[in-house]
Write a protein that binds this ligand. Structure first.
Ligand code: GLA
Length: 726
């Protein structure tokens, strides 16, 4: 079944090589990607966009002429992967220093191999035995390409890689391209930005050691600057890397667009001994003819089916309860059991105990690193609480922050050398903690062992894996000075390998990626995690904007959203419990309120909303998302609609900031329904206008639209459409 909102992908996919012209054609879904070998033996980009006719051919590729003595052909030819050398000024993919001081690298085609949906092209420097293996793997359903590069040192001496990208995405000459990207900070993640691409370069990056929230490694580029959600050309990409990274978007001197992406080249240096190789992260890129909405629907589908650990059909997210905002560090057996009973009574399926349960942890000043159960708070270990949670019909989850250490901890007292540090220099703390250097084999082993032991000894279904600061003084004094900058790569590789090994040994355990909110969300960590925490900002109104930005790049299926207390700690804003539920129900529903303060009517409302959510969660988590009214730019309204895969259910959430001058709420025009289908409308919460029929065709709901009655401040409503003709 082709999901609604994704163009009919009945077309076959293929990768073929035309020997005569030396051109590779990659066709999949509604996308074609064409590249060829030119007379300089460079791999030249020829086309990326809407699928071409199978009969379309390309001539033999020719490198572009240079502009003048100032700009040789190497700067005007759009290449798939360039080494820095031969007078190149555009952003390179690879820069190397050889031990003899030579820093010139000119890569040429050597060979290629096509295996099903994968194309591998081998390049080599014109004189030295440096090989680069470019890989292109195409996803047949979405046409999303995964690209990476592997650098192999087959010379007899070590060399130093100073910059490596996974490849360059190229778009043809044009001055009407627009870039979208995401920025943020703690409690303010996922701001969407737009800018016209002008001559010069925009760098999106993190120098923080991890993905960071300041920029997220995602971009989308459209043409003609159209704001239409569902029409027009959009090229998009996302980097699968959870360390420092960079994406450069460049308009070159002849107005061509080039996008490169990989680990950040700032403070970078990777010594490659003879016989060794370095694999770049995966850089994913896709094309949609159906506007930015179509682009995000493709990405969502791809993430669920191809990126997440249990793709193509991962489990739906359970409704969870998390103790953090209720108890902070004050967790103990009796208190958690009382919360668990209350959570179970409203239909929660997973109970998660957050920070505070281990070592001598009573504030954020101590105990990170000491992963034993606090004997005062839990005198009999975690078993009684876990048993209680199970007896209430829920599974049990636990918070951990494995990569960190407080100076006030047994671990730090025993192993001060395990923290990232430069010898003899101060160690800057963030949230009173230091970073463990996970690149060290002994630290990797310690972290893996404590987690493995904890999962062996306790019936834990879920880990909330937190990471509450960024790097400082990123020294690794235990290795030779020329290898110390490897920390940027080795750390992330070890993080991934711990997650991979844990998942293999404990296949039923699910993991959430949290980093003080949404500071480590990318397609790299998502290969090992089942869900992510977008922000510590749980204000249900702020969340509308946060969630809107988030879904440009990532699927609502992984977007955890808790209902918390009102007024919120964030803005002291008061919102009804219904509003808070409807805001959270657009993603994976969780509850993080202090249930001890709830009144009977709150429990009744919550029970009803949780039950409603269970009726629509498959649609919300697996369906196609349409942004009907954007909350961006200070909009008074926000409306989202999600259509189930088989188009038999659509769920719409509508929010009003405040009504003015007696204006009614804008009419809502639905999308993605079967025009000839017959659908019954029902309110999930709030009031529909009395003037609309209860049953009508998909065409009616999409063309006539739906009126709802929303008036006042911070009002919300939701309704569903159910197909009644099948
Ligand atoms: C981070 C997380 C929160 C909570 C605290 C616990 O800030 O984002 O959800 O887990 O840590 O210390």
């Amino acid at each position: 079944m082709i999901p609604a909102g994704i163009n009919a992908q009945t077309k076959s996919s293929s990768i073929r090589f035309d020997k005569q012209t030396q051109v590779f054609h990659i066709d999949a879904a509604d996308m074609s990607y064409v590249l060829g070998i030119n007379e300089q033996k460079e791999i030249q980009a020829l086309y990326w966009g809407k699928r071409l006719n199978a009969a379309d051919t390309f001539g033999v590729p020719h490198s572009a002429p240079g502009l003048s003595g100032f700009d040789s052909s190497i700067n005007t030819t759009q290449q798939e992967f360039t080494g820095w050398g031969g007078g190149q000024y555009v952003e390179p993919d690879l820069k190397i220093t050889f031990p003899d001081g030579n820093r010139d690298l000119v890569l040429q085609y050597v060979s290629h191999i096509i295996e099903g949906d994968k194309l591998t092209i081998v390049l080599k420097d014109i004189s030295r035995d440096v090989f680069v293996q470019l890989e292109y793997q195409v996803d047949t359903t979405t046409g999303i390409l995964k690209r990476s590069a592997q650098v192999q040192n087959k010379t007899s001496a070590p060399l130093t890689i100073e910059q490596i990208a996974s490849g360059t995405w190229n778009l043809p000459r044009g001055t009407d391209y627009r870039l979208r990207y995401l920025t943020g900070r703690w409690a303010g993640e996922w701001s969407l930005h737009e800018q016209i691409i002008q001559p010069g370069k925009t760098t999106l990056e993190s120098r923080r050691g991890s993905t960071g929230a300041q920029n997220n490694p995602w971009f989308a580029i459209d043409r003609n600057g159209s704001n239409d959600q569902d029409h027009g050309d959009v090229w998009f990409g996302a980097l699968g890397w959870s360390g420092s990274w960079q994406i450069n978007v460049e308009q070159d001197e002849v107005q061509q667009i080039r996008v490169t992406g990989g680990p950040n080249s700032f403070d970078f240096g990777y010594r490659l001994a003879p016989g060794e190789h370095l694999q770049s992260p995966d850089f994913y890129g896709g094309y949609s003819h159906d506007g930015i909405g179509g682009a995000s629907r493709l990405l969502h589908r791809f993430e669920i089916s191809t990126i997440l650990p249990h793709g193509p059909d991962p489990k739906l997210r359970p409704v969870l309860y998390n103790s953090w905002e209720a108890t902070e560090f004050k967790v103990d057996e009796a208190g958690q059991e009382a919360l668990a009973e209350k959570a179970a009574s409203i239909g929660v399926e997973r109970f998660v105990m957050d920070d505070g349960w281990f070592g001598q942890r009573s504030t954020d000043h101590a105990a990170l690193g000491d992963w034993y159960v606090n004997p005062v708070k839990f005198p009999h270990g975690l078993k009684p609480l876990i048993d209680k949670v199970h007896s209430l019909g829920m599974d049990f989850g636990l918070w951990v922050e494995p990569e960190m250490v407080n100076p006030d901890s047994d671990l730090y007292r025993k192993h001060p050398d395990w923290a990232l540090n430069f010898t003899g220099r101060p160690r800057s703390e963030g949230r009173n903690q230091l970073m463990l250097n996970l690149a060290r084999p002994d630290v990797r082993e310690y972290v893996f062992q404590f987690l493995d032991k904890m999962l062996n000894e306790n019936d834990i279904a879920f880990l909330k894996w937190d990471y509450n600061r960024n790097w400082s003084e990123p020294g690794w004094p235990a290795v030779a000075p020329e290898d110390q900058k490897k920390v940027y790569i080795a750390y992330v590789q070890n993080l991934y390998s711990i997650l991979e090994e844990l998942r293999a040994k404990h296949p039923r355990v699910e993991i959430e990626s949290c980093s003080g909110g949404g500071s480590r969300i990318d397609l790299g960590i998502m290969r090992y995690t089942d869900e992510v925490w977008p922000s510590d900002n749980t204000d249900a109104f702020d969340r509308l904007l946060i969630q809107d930005g988030f879904t440009y790049a990532y699927a609502p299926a992984v977007m955890m959203a808790w209902v918390t207390d009102s007024p919120t700690w964030v803005n002291q804003r008061t919102l009804s419990l219904e509003y808070r539920f409807l805001s959270s129900m657009q993603g994976s529903l969780g509850i993080g309120a202090n249930l001890n303060n709830w009144k009977p009517e709150d429990f009744a409302t919550a029970k009803k909303m949780v039950a409603q959510y269970k009726q629509i969660r498959e649609t919300v988590q697996r369906g196609s998302l349409y942004r009907l009214i954007s909350p961006q730019n200070g909009s008074e309204q926000s409306v989202t609609e999600t259509v189930s895969k088989d188009q038999s259910q659509a769920v719409t959430f509508a929010f009003l900031h405040s009504s003015q001058m007696l204006y009614p709420f804008p009419r809502i025009y639905l999308r993605g329904l079967r025009p000839e289908g017959i659908y019954k409308i029902s309110a999930i919460d709030g009031k529909l206008s009395g003037d609309i029929p209860s049953v009508a065709s998909g065409a009616f709901w999409m063309q006539h639209g739906v009126d709802i009655e929303l008036r006042g401040d911070f009002q919300a409503a939701a309704f569903s459409l159910e197909a009644v003709d099948r």
